[in-house]
Write a protein that binds this ligand. Sequence first.
Ligand SMILES: NC(=O)c1ccc[n+]([C@@H]2O[C@H](COP(=O)([O-])OP(=O)(O)OC[C@H]3O[C@@H](n4cnc5c(N)ncnc54)[C@H](OP(=O)(O)O)[C@@H]3O)[C@@H](O)[C@H]2O)c1
Length: 340
Amino acid sequence: MKAIGLYRYLPIEDPESLIDREIETPVPGAHQLLVRVKAIAVNPVDVKTRGRKAQAESTPRILGWDVAGIVEAVGPDCALFRPGDAVYYAGDWLHPGAYSELHLVDERIVGRKPDRLNFAEAAALPLTTITAWEGLFDRLLIAQQADKNRGKSILIINAAGGVGSIATQLAYWAGLTVIGTASRPASMQWAREHGADYIIDHRQSLALQLQQSGYPTIDSILCLKNVAQHWDKMVEVITPQGKICLIDDVSSPPDTSLLHAKSLTLAFENIFTRPNYQTADVLTHHYILSKVAELVDAGVIQSTLTERLSPITASTLRQAHAKVETGKMIGKLVLEQFPD
Ligand SMILES: NC(=O)c1ccc[n+]([C@@H]2O[C@H](COP(=O)([O-])OP(=O)(O)OC[C@H]3O[C@@H](n4cnc5c(N)ncnc54)[C@H](OP(=O)(O)O)[C@@H]3O)[C@@H](O)[C@H]2O)c1
């Protein structure tokens, strides 16, 4: 089968940074689905994993953690899906990534594709949706009932990127007042259209802009970018006993002593924790994706797809990585259809 992989970790301008290969088609084990990949999204994690390092691979390393496709075959212990089912999922680090015509995934972290979306629209969602859902509801412990959240506010830092575009929608659905950050007219407009009640600029003073918006303090903060830049300001604007959730890499640990005076709670979200550690609640990803498929089909949640490339080859994937690397994505970039 066709696959796109890497042997060396090179700048994306290098034609060898991602290359086309033919590899063996895998056979599904106990709980595994073999999925025919129709569309994939590229995320910052793909770009970071491909980042420059001296290490070299003896077999092609395959990246890719956002898929929509059709189940081709199932392992002997599968109970949730059958061949022919349309599915979407993010996957894990226990299997190779999804830049391949056929892909193995544990069925317990897979959801049925929303009927209302085509494969490209569906592939835009899984990784960012699970991250946003876990961040909001499992880490910040926000209730999933709008009537319990009336009068409560959340600040979503980086509201127009991949995760922010779905986090704003989910927070709005949960009944919170959503203040999102973005710094360009296009990203501000996108975040406003995807659930943010107010937009402020993450390159200006957060405290001053929040005061001007009528929300001088905030109950919860979901920080989706540049923790070091925003740390002191988050502590300044959060309400006493509030909660902060970080998803981005924390290269130098933030000063947690600042949390003490206000009795703040700090949480971390990593989408791969449940599948990578095979936690007892690993089925949660299946439930999240199934619930979000219902919300999409009910017209409550929209796909975050903004850009499409086709077909899926090393060349189009290099273009996609270059675009995501700019750090200026609005919504999600998706590639669809392998060449014949
Ligand atoms: N822990 C996890 O499980 C997990 C899961 C998914 C993603 N992540 C990480 O979370 C981060 C965000 O992911 P993503 O997919 O949403 O990224 P993304 O789509 O690449 O984010 C792009 C957006 O970042 C905004 N941005 C740029 N500089 C910023 C700053 N200093 N402060 C706030 N926003 C800024 C830009 O908005 P403007 O152009 O308007 O400035 C742009 O629209 C990445 O580092 C990713 O690796 C972690």
